[in-house]
Design a protein around this ligand. Structure first.
Ligand code: S3P
Length: 176
């Protein structure tokens, strides 16, 4: 078996802390921080909500897979992914090839409170976003579990605390 690439790949539901905690991990390890949603926005020239509104979710998922396929050039990086990246089995395989896959979780209330802070997530623009969060979490949990090699519950951790847990596990994984 080939050694895993020295990347830490963060997966998890919207609002689980992938970007904010990922930035801390990257800073503490002196790794590069890469946000796959930001790469999608950069490449398409459109904000995520506009991609969904103009071209639909299926097109967004294709862009997401394209971006993931292009991440093979990264090493010593923390890759924060979009919450729906685990939906495609081929993406889940790619994630493992990219590095050590860590799932971030949080309680439903915490997720709801975090995602309510802005309107950037088109899938939550529903009549009852709280129910949408609950249903999507239930539908996706098994996929995050299937994708991840390690899980951190961020409900009661600050960014630094969560980053320390991730780094301790990455050290074991990479044999540092
Ligand atoms: C999505 C999550 C978002 C973004 C898009 C779709 C999802 O990323 O990729 O709105 O399907 O869960 P975050 O998890 O960073 O919010």
């Amino acid at each position: 078996m080939t050694a895993p690439r020295t990347n830490i790949v963060l997966v998890g539901f919207m609002g689980s802390g992938k970007s904010s905690i990922g930035k801390h991990v990257a800073r503490m390890l002196r790794f590069q921080f890469v946000d796959t949603d930001a790469l999608i926005v950069e490449r398409s020239g459109l904000p995520i909500a506009q991609i969904f509104a103009l071209h639909g979710e299926a097109h967004f998922r294709d862009l997401e897979t394209n971006v993931l396929e292009s991440c093979g050039m990264f090493s010593r990086s923390v890759l924060a992914t979009g919450g729906g990246v685990v939906l495609r089995e081929s993406n889940r395989t790619l994630l493992r090839e990219l590095g050590f896959v860590v799932q971030l979780t949080a309680s439903e209330e915490t997720i709801y409170e975090r995602v309510s802070r802005n309107q950037k997530r088109p899938l939550l623009h529903t009549a009852d976003p709280r129910a949408t969060v609950r249903e999507m979490l239930a539908a996706r949990q098994a996929l995050y579990d299937a994708a991840a090699q390690f899980t951190v519950d961020t409900t009661r951790l600050d960014h630094r605390g969560a980053a320390e847990v991730i780094i301790a596990e990455a050290r074991k994984e990479f044999g540092w």
